[in-house]
Design a protein around this ligand. Structure first.
Ligand code: ATP
Length: 259
């Protein structure tokens, strides 16, 4: 039993969030809760408002209206307390090109005022052998793992991952799922966006579908699927016991492909 099964305490509460960019309404009054210790997925087509919603919760963008609390702190009055309790992926541009991975972790730890051992952080994401490498020389999967390590430096209560597996091969994707589950099992709440429904189905404890700035459904993947089936929906093709990705993994193995 992982942490999620034990408690369903809201750690993020969003009420009637609205975000306009000039005349354009990107987020149109959405409300949801994220429970402590779960992997919560925001799903939806391009332009639905997922990233905007995350950035407002992360205190990186001002909301137009609505109420948000994160780990008990109000976003209007306690921005700094929220910043200390969350882990956010930096844009790659923040990774100074002349520093290696260990030096980057040291730099970020210093910015947080925390004394973290770079090797300990790299160990968490299986990158100790790349401690002296530069970010630009990493494979796609390694870049994502490093970026996830940077979100953990300040021992956050919640981390936010925006499309963490986009562009990765099937092995790297599955290994990243394991890493994200481990992070959750150690008690950190994970909020993730993804376009991959297979990923959301196996990884997320609950998902919210966002479309055109609205939340159109929020539940566990299992409930969503059971409800659809109960409504009489049937897949056209006979469901096979494996898919082409299983064939790929079976042929090429499960190990990471990146050196
Ligand atoms: N800084 C900005 N100024 C103006 N419009 C913006 C800005 N940022 C986002 N938008 C618009 O707001 C809408 C929502 O964008 P957002 O990035 O939140 O969507 P998303 O669901 O994360 O999409 P994707 O899946 O493509 O990342 C889009 O129509 C986008 O063009």
């Amino acid at each position: 039993m992982h942490f999620y099964a034990m408690a369903k305490q809201p750690i993020i509460t969003v009420k009637n969030l609205v975000k306009n960019y000039g005349d354009f309404a990107a987020v149109k009054g959405i409300s949801f809760e994220v429970y402590e210790g779960e992997i919560f997925g925001l799903l939806g087509p391009n332009g639905a408002g997922k990233t905007t919603t995350l950035e407002v919760i992360e205190t990186l963008r001002e909301k137009t209206s609505g109420e948000i609390t994160v780990d008990g702190f109000n976003i209007e009055t306690d921005k700094n307390s929220i910043k200390q309790r969350i882990g956010v992926q930096l844009q790659a541009a923040g990774y100074y090109p002349n520093l290696n991975l260990a030096e980057l972790i040291e730099l970020f730890s210093g910015l947080y005022g925390i004394d973290k051992s770079p090797m300990e952080m790299l160990e968490k994401v299986a990158l100790t052998d790349k401690a002296k490498a530069k970010y630009k020389d990493l494979s796609g999967g390694q870049k994502q793992r490093f970026s996830i390590a940077t979100t953990l430096i300040n021992n956050p209560r919640i981390i936010f991952l925006d499309e963490p597996t986009t562009g990765l091969d099937p092995q790297a994707r599955r290994n990243l799922w394991d890493l994200i589950r481990e992070i959750r099992d150690q008690g950190t709440t994970v909020v993730i966006t993804t376009h991959y429904m297979d990923e959301a189905e196996v990884l997320c404890d609950r998902v919210a579908f966002v479309d055109g700035g609205h939340i159109i459904g929020i539940d566990t993947p299992d409930h969503f699927i059971d409800q659809l089936v109960a409504s009489g929906f049937e897949r056209k093709k006979e469901v096979k016991l494996a898919n082409l990705e299983d064939v790929f993994i079976n042929l090429t193995g499960k190990e990471w492909r990146e050196g």
